[in-house]
Design a protein around this ligand. Structure first.
Ligand code: IMP
Ligand code: MG
Length: 179
């Protein structure tokens, strides 16, 4: 089993790049079917989503645009619980179909803030697409329309997700090796 060290922590291979690619392709296919003939705007949540959003978006066959918001709720490997908006919305989403794209939904607090902020711009619909979900931790009621992979309550790294800024460039997903 492949092991890596990032800063002070050890991680082991969790989901190989090939499985991620398949999951992303299947999600894009579903979105393409569900919104056929419609115009949608994807809103990616930076920084973690940038790789997933790029891979998902290039498989979208709709009249689609993409824009990004930047928020942060994490420092190190534990959620700080506070969410800040750092970059605002650059595309007009009023009366549009919005698909929020997230790398990972943990407690759901970040998503809750995003959906609340986006709602104030009065989009026609808001849908959620997340590559990863920690079902044991998620405690909000926002419907997650597209979930790629359910993961355990452990710290995940790679494919855009970082540990204190490092590890985003790993092609596969890794999990914190605590033993
Ligand atoms: P939430 O607000 O608790 O749902 O946390 C969501 C945000 O925290 C995500 O958008 C990520 O940026 C970050 N996050 C949550 N879990 C992990 C993880 O396992 N690895 C890396 N980042 C994470
Ligand atoms: Mg994120």
């Amino acid at each position: 089993m492949e092991k890596i060290k990032i800063l002070d922590k050890h991680f082991r291979l969790y989901i190989p790049a090939e499985d991620i690619r398949k999951t992303v392709g299947e999600m894009a296919d579903r979105i393409n079917r569900d919104f056929a003939g419609k115009e949608v705007i994807f809103v990616g949540i930076l920084n973690g989503v940038f790789i997933f959003a790029a891979d998902l978006f290039r498989r979208i066959r709709l009249d689609a645009r993409i824009t990004f918001l930047r928020l942060a709720s994490y420092q190190g490997t534990h959620s700080t619980g506070e969410v800040k908006q750092l970059i605002g919305l650059s595309e007009d989403i009023r009366d549009r179909i919005v698909i929020v794209v997230e790398d990972i939904v943990d407690t759901g607090t970040t998503l809750e803030h995003i959906v609340r902020q986006l709602s104030s711009f009065q989009p026609a619909e808001i849908h959620i697409a997340t590559l990863l979900l920690k079902p044991e931790v998620y405690h909000h009621h926002i419907k997650l329309d597209y979930v790629g992979i359910e993961v355990p309550k452990k710290f995940i790294l790679g494919y855009g997700l970082d540990y204190d800024g490092y590890g985003r460039n790993l092609e596969s997903l890794y999990v914190l090796d605590e033993d």
